[in-house]
Design a binder for this molecule. Structure first.
Ligand code: FCB
Length: 443
């Protein structure tokens, strides 16, 4: 059970960066020290979370952060990706919350002391509830509030941070949160998704301006998720359907950033579904980024559908993770090569990749063979993309430890470290050791 890559590949060299990732709401707890956010509210909505849980305690990282840093450091990684909880560092009136700032300052200082680079995401979905009460991402003003929040963060943390990402996966915030309503704030309606997406992208562009001005020495960019779309057959109708799905779910969030325009399918959408674009918005959104963060988990297959344009096809007899997601490493290589062909990309970092598996712990040991195999095949897929000319500089495993997996609550485990939520005991899984050993062997 090892991770093995071809000798002399980029990934076996010391200048390729390896890390692990987490997000504030998923691990922190410490809820009494911050403003309520949309996920606190959503967790209290009947039927929203599979195990009816919430983020009040999560991994109690707010209190256990010192021991967590020791654990992170024991993995031998170069970098740690975390997110800042907006409502922990900024009060409702816009003033700084010094307790929250001190929490992250201490954490970032401790990381620095261990020589671990901090990759900070400003927004990993925990919008303060008072902003949702004003319309959330459907309200253009939220983008300007995000700009103020970015200023506050950058001024507070300065050179403790190596890299800032504005948003994590705006597709999920917009589509899952405001179109199909399976994520917070749980709003449903085709007329909302693209409007929310536009304000998120505008927020990204406005924050990029702040980062470029106030934090020119950090690596500043955005994290996008992609589920590459494959046609069910090579019939033209299926190919067209898959292309449409790709534009709707994937290109929608990247094309404005690199090409300053939305995909052409915009013109096929009913006017009610159009984003509210103000003149100049697209040039704000297309502010140059220093890096692109790419999150990849699986692919999707589409066929033509007379009513809905496209519909998803589920394959039988393919390996699935505990999320029901197909294990398809080839999709990772295809995606990276395709993005590199379509856009003039800056350096790419894989900011999330990993798998939920039905882990069992016996005598303090977790033998998660399937997860080790997932990492092995997916790291090799990244290597293939590098060999095909994509400039990839780093890789972050999702996730450091098991945590609150959004609508699935604590039922799905993505960690390379096992968390017993009763005792809050952490146990490094076989995948964690395999990752550590692989990282250690680099030359
Ligand atoms: C991504 C999220 C991350 C985690 C993984 C499994 O969409 O960014 O928080 O939940 O999926």
């Amino acid at each position: 059970m090892k991770i093995t890559l071809p000798k002399n590949s980029r990934l076996t060299s010391k200048d390729f960066m390896f890390g692990v990732a987490t997000a504030s709401f998923q691990i922190e707890g410490g809820v009494e020290h911050r403003l309520p956010c949309i996920w606190d509210t959503f967790c209290r909505t009947e039927g929203a979370i599979a195990d009816k849980s919430n983020g009040d305690i999560a991994c109690d990282h707010y209190h256990l952060w010192q021991q967590d840093i020791e654990m992170i450091s024991s993995l031998g990684i170069d970098a740690y990706r975390l997110s800042i909880s907006w409502g922990r560092v900024m009060n409702q009136d816009g003033s700084p919350n010094q307790t929250g700032i001190a929490f992250y300052t201490n954490f970032l200082d401790a990381l620095k002391a261990k020589n671990i680079k901090a990759f900070v995401t400003l927004y990993h979905w925990d919008l303060p509830q008072h902003l949702e009460d004003e319309g959330g991402w459907l309200n253009r003003q939220t983008a300007y509030k995000f700009k103020e929040y970015t200023e506050l963060v950058v001024k507070a943390f300065g050179d403790r941070v190596y890299s800032y990402a504005t948003l994590n996966e705006p597709f999920c915030s917009a589509y899952l949160g405001y179109e199909i309503g399976i994520h917070a704030p749980g709003i449903k309606g085709r007329e909302f998704g693209k409007k929310a997406a536009h304000h998120l992208l505008l927020a990204h562009g406005l924050a990029m301006e702040v980062l470029t001005n106030l934090s020119p020495n950090t690596l500043n960019g955005i994290v996008l998720n992609f589920t590459p779309c494959y046609p069910n057959t090579d019939n033209l109708a299926d190919i067209t359907a898959a292309k449409y799905a790709d534009d709707y779910f994937n290109q929608w969030y990247i094309k404005p950033i690199f090409d300053a325009q939305y995909p052409e399918i915009l013109s096929t959408l009913p006017t009610a579904e159009h984003p509210d674009i103000v003149e100049g918005d697209l040039s704000i959104i297309a502010h140059p980024v220093d890096f692109l963060g790419v999150n990849y988990y699986t692919r999707a297959i589409y066929k033509a559908d007379n009513k809905e344009v496209f519909s998803q096809v589920m394959l039988d007899d393919v390996p699935l993770t505990d999320m029901g997601w197909e294990v398809y490493p080839q999709g990772f290589t295809d995606l990276l090569v395709d993005l590199n062909e379509k856009y003039d990309l800056p350096p790419v970092y894989i900011t999330e990749n990993g798998a939920a598996m039905p882990d069992e712990i016996t005598d303090n040991v977790v033998i998660d063979k399937d997860r080790v195999s997932y990492y092995n095949t997916h790291l090799n897929a990244v290597n293939q993309a590098i060999e095909k000319g994509v400039d990839i500089q780093g890789y972050f495993a999702w996730s450091l430890m098991d945590n609150f997996e959004w609508a699935e609550g604590y039922l799905k485990r993505f960690g390379i470290v096992y968390v017993d939520y009763q005792s809050q005991k952490r146990t490094i899984k076989a995948s964690g050791y395999a990752y550590r050993d692989f990282i250690k062997l680099r030359k």
